[in-house]
Design a protein around this ligand. Structure first.
Ligand SMILES: C=C1C[C@]23C[C@H]1CC[C@H]2[C@]1(C)CCC[C@@](C)(C(=O)O)[C@H]1[C@@H]3C(=O)O
Ligand SMILES: O=C(O)CCC(=O)C(=O)O
Ligand SMILES: [Fe+2]
Length: 429
């Protein structure tokens, strides 16, 4: 949103009615275009895939039961891409060059070294003013834990489809297993499978519970690994919140305290190989609506970011984690730090995995920039209204596709229109 909303814009947090005005043409399947092989209710890989063999090219099959598109790895090759997976021409450009994002060493910051802390904060500031992406090394997260997280989730994605469907994602929920998001969308489908679950900082056992209750005791260990992984990610993200505050010249603990009781989202992305990678996208062009993303990508590569009007590859570094600012942190800086526009492309012959930890504010916290920043650097002019994370999440899940762009702009206008409706209905509002 380019224009200023108001100098001080409190909002009522009581306006979330369930209007299901969805931008996407839901459930508009054209069966003959979709089905490559039809095997009700869905196709199961003939034999479980061993860890050494990457799944052969995809076959799409159609589940008449759930009316969804389901990816199943199979021996037959699917070289024509179903129409639902095609993206507009402007989304088929591919990056040629690598982004020169800083590789920031956090070792000194964690040791309490003043000079290194300032150096890290300065590099973060430059990256966030420009495109919102940087990578960190010496982040303190055990390599064995990252490896275990990848191994466990690879086994999950290679499990038979019936196992994965035990954790099926509901249409408007964020938790669970999703195959190409076909439970929500019917065009521009992403070429991926995802497993998402929550990580409430104050109740971390819920992460283990998710695996046990949805997938059964055989996944208890996976749940325990992810509880540990998310805890480590949360600690790292809180450290980065401190560096972000230093970089903005606001109270050092301002953001850290705001996020200390966060309810974060963990999303594991699995991108099967695709015979025609230039026609599809693993994840469409989007800014994360969340606050701070900590991503670990494997060595295949596929993350690309937009900066200065061009797409750039983000080179995988085995020891690095990719960090990006999300929309709700951009709002916390009144638009000063950029929520990074990015997408993920897929590979012709290799499967790819990435693990995204999304830090989100606790549900009751109001997202608004600190007064110091607002009055020192911006004349007190607000770019976005006050909001809470559940309001933005609701908007993304019910009224907007994050991969169609400008989530924060659309959301701000929607939120204001909701307030206007309420104040017309209620003269006291
Ligand atoms: C709150 C969320 C919505 C999405 C998952 C988390 C954080 C990022 C969002 C998403 C990844 C942005 C790209 C499009 C999306 C549909 C996806 O490809 O997964 C988004 C997620 C979602 O809406 O489920
Ligand atoms: O797979 C990737 O590299 C990016 C994934 C992503 O953008 C996301 O999960 O929001
Ligand atoms: Fe993302």
């Amino acid at each position: 949103m380019g224009s200023c909303i108001s100098k001080c814009m409190p909002n009522k947090h009581s306006r979330l009615e369930d209007h299901h005005v969805y931008d996407d043409d839901l459930y508009g399947f054209v069966q003959d275009k979709l089905v490559i092989s039809q095997a009700p209710p869905f196709k199961v890989p003939p034999t479980p895939l061993s860890n050494k063999i990457s799944p052969s090219p995809l076959e799409l099959s159609f589940s008449s039961k759930s009316a969804s598109t389901i990816f199943t790895a199979s021996k037959s090759s699917a070289s024509s891409i179903p129409a639902q997976f095609l993206w507009p021409a402007e989304d088929t450009v591919r990056a040629l060059d690598e982004l020169d994002e800083p590789l920031i060493d956090l070792g000194g910051f964690f040791r309490g070294d003043h000079e290194s802390t300032l150096r890290a904060a300065k590099a973060i500031r430059e990256a966030c003013l420009s495109h919102g992406f940087f990578q960190v090394v010496n982040h303190g997260i055990d390599w064995g834990l990252i490896q275990a997280a990848h191994d466990h989730i690879r086994s999950f994605f290679r499990s038979p489809i019936e196992t994965k469907l035990r954790a099926s994602q509901k249409r408007n929920g964020y938790g669970g297993y999703s195959s190409a998001h076909s439970e929500r969308f019917s065009s521009r489908l992403p070429w991926k499978e995802t497993l998402s679950f929550g990580y409430p900082a104050n109740s971390p056992e819920e992460t283990v519970e998710f695996f046990k209750s949805k997938l059964g005791m055989e996944f208890e260990q996976t749940g325990k690994v992810y509880k540990k992984y998310c805890e480590a990610m949360k600690d790292l993200a809180l450290g980065i919140m401190e560096l972000l505050a230093i970089s903005l010249g606001v109270g050092r603990l301002h953001y850290k305290e705001l996020f200390n009781d966060s309810r974060s989202i963990m999303r594991c992305n699995y991108y099967p190989p695709c015979k025609k990678p230039s026609l599809v996208l693993g994840t469409g062009p989007h800014c994360d609506p969340t606050s701070l993303t900590v991503l670990h990508q494997d060595q295949v590569g596929g993350l690309e970011v937009s900066a200065n009007g061009k797409w750039w590859k983000v080179r995988p570094h085995p020891d690095a984690l990719v960090i990006n600012i999300g929309d709700s942190f951009m709002a916390l800086t009144n638009g000063m730090y950029k929520s990074g526009l990015h997408w993920a492309v897929v590979n012709e012959s290799r499967e790819r995995m990435s693990l995204s930890f999304f830090m989100c504010p606790a549900p009751y916290k109001v997202v608004r920039p600190p007064q110091g920043l607002l009055y020192r650097d911006m004349n007190g002019e607000r770019k976005y209204p006050d909001f809470t994370w559940p309001e933005l999440l609701h908007f993304v899940k019910n009224h907007h596709r994050a991969d169609t762009g400008d989530t924060l702009g659309h959301f701000s206008r929607w939120l204001l229109s909701q307030s206007a409706v309420l104040s017309c209905q209620d003269p006291q509002a």
